[in-house]
Design a binder for this molecule. Sequence first.
Ligand SMILES: [Zn+2]
Ligand SMILES: [Zn+2]
Length: 178
Amino acid sequence: MIADLAELRLKRTPLYVDADFQESQLSVKSKIARLTGPVHCNLKVSLENERVKVEGRLATVLGLTCCRCANEFEKSVDKNFMLTYVSDPELGGNGDEFELEYDDLEVGFYRGDQLDLAVVLTEQILLEIPMKPICREECRGLCDQCGVDLNVGTCDCTRELTDPRLATLAEIKKRITN
Ligand SMILES: [Zn+2]
Ligand SMILES: [Zn+2]
């Protein structure tokens, strides 16, 4: 969905969007995350002094893969955001010179009087994907030797301590006790 800035400029009223975006309309491509349903959004797009302000809220459910146990789990996302977009200076925009202020932390760029709202939403969703998703804090993960899910079962593998310093300690301990 494209916000037509020429039209916004002409009408002088904000554009309100209340819509569901499907996964096929967005490009949330990640090995560890996917959308389990549509992304519902409420947006207000307004233009002021050639700056586009996008205020809104989005809600969806992400399917994430736990990095410890490899099980899929769901995470609800419901966030409010406020973003500012200015004409891409590399393209010359409308010829106006401007300098970004230091407090413009959330500034993006638009090109050719168009702002693709699907891109705006995709960026906001990608920000919600954790680097290392964990299904729950106490997830015990998989046994690194036999692969059993230690959340649901146990195994007889002796898990060696991986830290070499600790391994040495363990070795010393073993010698003392034997
Ligand atoms: Zn897990
Ligand atoms: Zn095991």
